[in-house]
Design a protein around this ligand. Structure first.
Ligand code: HEC
Ligand code: HEC
Length: 203
């Protein structure tokens, strides 16, 4: 497939440039080349402009590598990423992860329902803020995935996958989400999506 050929050529080209520059800047350049493929969907520097493709800029590099490994093995459900991830090695996942972790998460205006946003904010504080800190902006090193300003359709199908047990979630998150849905109903998932979609601050 063309992916493999391109990749090989890129690696070869980057290998030849090694002597001409430092290792560190070479890593950056290699990441950029590999990431050329990713930007078609995930946007330049990892901030997607399409509603079903998540923004991956600013993603914790460990979570990033885990996600790619799980896509590759099929453990994490996907429409596209499973097939794509098969074309790369774990070392390459790490390089991509290091590159995207350093990029800013760019947020866009999305259409939200004000009432749902209001309920979603309360639900977030009660059930999610403990790990998805700063209203889901997650400005800390040990926080979980960035949710603030993520694309709503992506969040919608991700939460549906979690709820249906199609995608595994961390044990404690599962406990909280179960408790929330039991107490507040399935509409709580939709309200959270509207809350995260309403957050557009650039931080
Ligand atoms: C054809 C469009 C497309 C391309 C190209 C693409 N992605 Fe994706 N990516 C998606 C979609 C859609 C999802 C959501 C999962 C799915 O359905 O496949 C996703 C999900 C992800 C996630 C998980 C994000 C999260 O919030 O957990 C990561 C990481 C990722 N992609 C990395 C990459 C990398 C690295 C590349 C380049 C090698 C890439 N993607 C290329 C469409 C794409
Ligand atoms: C005990 C900590 C914890 C709690 C509580 C928690 N989460 Fe998470 N969440 C995580 C971690 C860690 C990840 C990243 C690992 C993964 O994707 O499996 C994550 C991932 C996610 C993702 C996937 C993001 C992506 O880009 O694909 C969504 C969506 C999410 N959480 C929503 C929620 C919501 C909504 C709540 C509240 C009902 C919640 N979480 C509560 C720890 C938590």
């Amino acid at each position: 497939m063309t992916y493999k050929t391109t990749q090989y050529t890129l690696l070869l080209a980057s290998g030849m440039m090694l002597s001409a520059s430092t290792w560190a800047s070479e890593m950056d350049r290699l990441s950029l080349m590999l990431n050329g493929t990713c930007m078609v969907c995930h946007g330049s520097q990892g901030s997607s402009v399409g509603p079903a493709t998540p923004t991956i800029a600013g993603m914790d590099s460990e979570d990033f590598v885990d996600a790619m490994i799980e896509y590759k093995s099929g453990e994490r459900p996907s429409t596209i990423m499973g097939r794509l991830a098969k074309g790369y090695t774990e070392d390459q996942f790490q390089m991509m992860a290091d590159y995207f972790a350093k990029q800013p998460f760019v947020r866009y205006q999305q259409t939200v329902d004000a009432l749902k946003v209001k309920s979603g904010a309360k639900l977030h504080d009660k059930y999610c803020e403990k790990c998805h800190e700063d209203s889901g902006y997650n400005l800390s090193d040990d926080g979980a995935a960035i949710l603030a300003g993520q694309w709503m359709p992506y969040l919608q199908f991700t939460l549906t996958d979690f709820h249906a047990g199609v995608r595994d979630m961390p044990r404690k998150m599962k406990k909280r989400m179960k408790k929330m849905v039991k107490k507040e109903g399935e509409k709580s998932l939709d309200e959270l999506v509207h809350f995260y979609g309403s957050l557009t601050e650039q931080k």
